[in-house]
Design a protein around this ligand. Structure first.
Ligand SMILES: Cc1cc2nc3c(=O)[nH]c(=O)nc-3n(C[C@H](O)[C@H](O)[C@H](O)COP(=O)(O)OP(=O)(O)OC[C@H]3O[C@@H](n4cnc5c(N)ncnc54)[C@H](O)[C@@H]3O)c2cc1C
Length: 422
């Protein structure tokens, strides 16, 4: 692997056959997460493809010329022509391999793959999920000198890293940008010495054996496992939703309703959480339109009555969102009546979507005792039904899902494990 500068780009990249070029920066957690994967793959593919790095801040003109806008970004070249999809952000090993393989003939790919040696590493504790729950558990375990690894399919931070502002996390007078709060949590845990394996693919989890296989070839073993994999909000699937998430579309009323004082909002959903959250949002918002796919609300009767008697709330039944767009400060929700097919546009200051959350438990669903909604049941020490396996944060069965409650769960699990392993 070689580091280059702008003046060498022509010779080292454009005239050099097959090349992968990493634009990296300093103080860049995703660049750190990529570094060991890039190094590792250079040993495997290095005879066929040149692995080069270039410092983005020091070679700004070249990165601007090539349209590189974030660090890290990987570019792939063949005989001076850029090929394959650019990769940036939390880059997974499997994504790089996919691009590298596309540059070689299948026989050579097979040969290279046969050289991959499976590896095994051992820790005291594996934490799955580096959101507030997992990061806090990692901090407490590390401070108790317990050898811990944090594994995440994405970069550390969890939901908080994509939250616009957090104003209810104690210790800060002013609201904090979500990405800064999660960055600080992550750095605190990392500085303590917790090992991070992030932006990885989880191939297999064996809760009984306390083994996690990542990126197909790397087995991580431990004495205890903490699951802190959080939840994923159900999406409507309408175009524009993903792009406007956190930029006008929210999935959390406790977190964001306060930013809609005297404003108008649209709520998608009509079940228990949509109804209860709508009631809460009208403490702030001046007007709220609920859009619900059925001809009546599906929430419990008591909650329904509150909404039906609330003068700020009106309901459009038998409608579904079809498109979300932004027009200046406003969000335009295009909805369609599912009976008549008639479309209309709702103009609002923000949209809340409450069509359910699902716990991220696909890899171990069958092994654990769950509540009726599919969340992991724990005792007061955060122990699950599988001995030696703990669960924390939003993924567990509980009433309130917030950063503070996830952090508390992480603390309890870590202290309980520390006592056990002592
Ligand atoms: C838009 C939004 C705004 C919010 N705003 C606030 C707020 O202002 N204040 C507040 O207190 N709360 C807020 N919340 C709630 C808060 O974010 C959560 O309660 C909190 O993040 C839960 O932390 P966690 O560690 O349990 O899970 P998460 O934060 O969800 O983190 C889970 C982590 O697990 C990883 N993961 C998922 N699957 C796997 C797997 N199979 N293997 C390994 N890792 C995996 C994910 O990549 C993620 O990093 C908000 C939530 C949302 C959605």
């Amino acid at each position: 692997m070689k580091e280059i500068i702008t003046s060498e780009f022509e010779k080292e990249v454009l005239q050099a056959g097959k090349v992968v070029l990493d634009f990296y920066s300093t103080e860049c957690p995703p660049c750190e997460a990529l570094a060991s994967k890039f190094e590792d793959l250079s040993k495997l593919y290095g005879n066929d493809i040149r692995f080069l790095k270039i410092f983005r801040q020091g070679n700004r003109d070249l990165s601007d010329k090539l349209g590189v806008r974030s660090s890290p970004t990987l570019l792939f070249f063949n005989n001076g022509v850029e090929i394959a999809e650019r990769l940036s952000g939390g880059i997974k090993r499997s994504e790089i391999i996919r691009n590298l393989d596309s540059m070689l003939i299948p026989e050579r790919v097979k040969e290279i793959k046969s050289q991959i040696k499976p590896s095994v590493s051992e820790f005291d504790v594996i934490i799955l999920g580096a959101g507030p729950g997992g990061l806090t558990a990692g901090l407490y375990l590390c401070q108790s000198k317990i050898n811990t690894v944090l594994i995440d399919i994405a970069l550390p931070g969890g939901h908080v890293s994509t939250t616009h502002e957090v104003s209810n996390y104690p210790g800060f007078i002013e609201p904090q940008a979500g990405y800064m709060l999660s960055h600080n949590m992550s750095e605190q845990t990392k500085l303590c010495g917790t090992i991070y394996k992030v932006a990885v693919d989880i191939t297999r989890v064996d809760l009984e054996k306390k083994e996690v296989v990542i990126d197909e070839y790397e087995t991580v073993k431990a004495k205890r496992i903490i699951i802190g994999t959080g939840t994923t909000p159900n999406l409507t699937g309408a175009p524009g939703e993903k792009e406007l998430k956190g930029k006008g579309i929210s999935y959390c009323a406790t977190c964001d309703a306060k930013y809609f004082n005297d404003k108008e909002v649209v709520v998608i959903g009509g079940g228990n959480s949509a109804v209860e959250e709508s009631e809460y949002i009208t403490r702030f918002a001046s007007k709220l339109i609920m859009v619900h796919q059925f001809d009546k609300l599906t929430a419990n009767k008591q909650a329904q009555d509150k909404v039906l008697n609330n003068p700020k709330i009106s309901i459009l039944f038998e409608n579904e969102p079809r498109l979300f767009t932004r027009d200046g400060d406003k969000i335009i929700t295009e909805i369609e009546n599912i009976k008549t097919g008639r479309r209309q546009k709702l103009v609002s200051d923000g949209v809340f979507i409450f069509i359910g959350m699902k716990p991220n438990i696909d890899l171990f669903r069958d092994k654990l005792e769950l509540d009726q909604w599919g969340y992991i049941k724990t005792d007061q020490d955060m122990k699950t039904s599988v001995p030696g396996v703990y669960a924390v944060g939003d993924v567990i069965s509980k009433k309130y899902r917030q950063i503070t409650t996830a952090v508390a769960d992480g603390t309890i699990a870590a202290m309980s494990i520390a006592k056990e392993l002592d």
